[in-house]
Design a protein. Structure first.
Length: 252
């Protein structure tokens, strides 16, 4: 497990990431609320975060990330199978309870993610490449809500998208794609413009967005080779906007 992933996990489960000594001392909150981070030439430019920002108009929130390269330019190499398939992602962890988007409440860390994965398609309601087949679009960047939880079977202290054990029927969003994990495919289209990625997200009018905290993360996940619990593990974190995943961004 890489050290950035250890920091990510330690923070999310209540540990101290700063104790690891990798807190980004240059991370700052810009006057417009963006979480800023300095460029790092050692990182893949399209996943090297320079800033993460979220702002709202009514019940619509725009989640935004600026990278040191061309956002979305790098996608996973196809493996030819779902088991062991790789997923690349831009992620905005939030302080929202999962119930805010239709999941069962109190079940983990709610995060918005824009993902690409050529070996499978988890947006059955949408035909992203407009070819008449809604089942072959996984490589095209698309959005998900996910609920993340510590999952030791992914590795010591590791995170996974929360599994749904056989026989359990938790509350799930109406656009749940049928995978046995806490994954929603809401159809919000990621928008790319050079170094920028933005996702416009609509919330129910009864969701309190006044004091939502957020951060920005770029990461890799992998489908379990046996396609069995846990189904989808976080295997690497490339960058964290705040440096320590303290969710310093505030949605006002």
């Amino acid at each position: 497990m890489t050290k950035p992933l250890m920091i990510f996990i330690a923070t999310m489960i209540g540990g101290s990431a700063i104790a690891e000594g990798d807190h980004n001392q240059n991370a700052a909150i810009h006057q417009d609320g963006a979480i800023l981070s300095e460029a790092d030439a050692a990182k893949t430019a399209s996943f090297d975060i320079l800033g993460a920002h979220a702002h709202r108009k009514g019940n619509v929130v725009t989640f935004h990330m600026t990278t040191n390269g061309v956002a979305g330019a790098d996608v996973p190499v196809a493996t030819g199978a779902i088991g062991g398939a790789n997923v690349l992602s831009y992620v905005w962890p939030t302080s929202l309870d999962p119930s805010a988007v239709g999941f069962e409440g109190g079940t983990g860390i709610l995060a918005l993610a824009a993902t690409s994965h050529p070996d499978f398609d988890d947006t059955p309601l949408y035909d992203e490449n407009s070819d008449g087949d809604p089942t072959n679009d996984g490589i095209i960047w698309h959005s998900h809500w996910v609920v993340l939880t510590p999952t030791e079977t992914c590795g010591p202290g590791a995170l996974a998208v929360r599994d749904i054990p056989q026989g359990e029927t938790p509350q799930l969003p109406a656009t749940w794609p049928g995978f046995p994990i806490f994954l929603d495919s809401p159809g919000f289209t990621p928008l790319f413009d050079g170094p920028e990625i933005a996702v416009n997200v609509g919330f129910r009018s009864d969701v309190d967005l006044g004091d939502v905290a957020y951060d920005g993360v770029t990461s890799a996940l992998r489908v379990n080779a046996s396609i069995h619990a846990p189904l989808l593990c976080v295997v690497d974190v490339f960058d964290i906007a705040s440096g320590d995943l303290s969710l310093p961004g505030k949605l006002n």
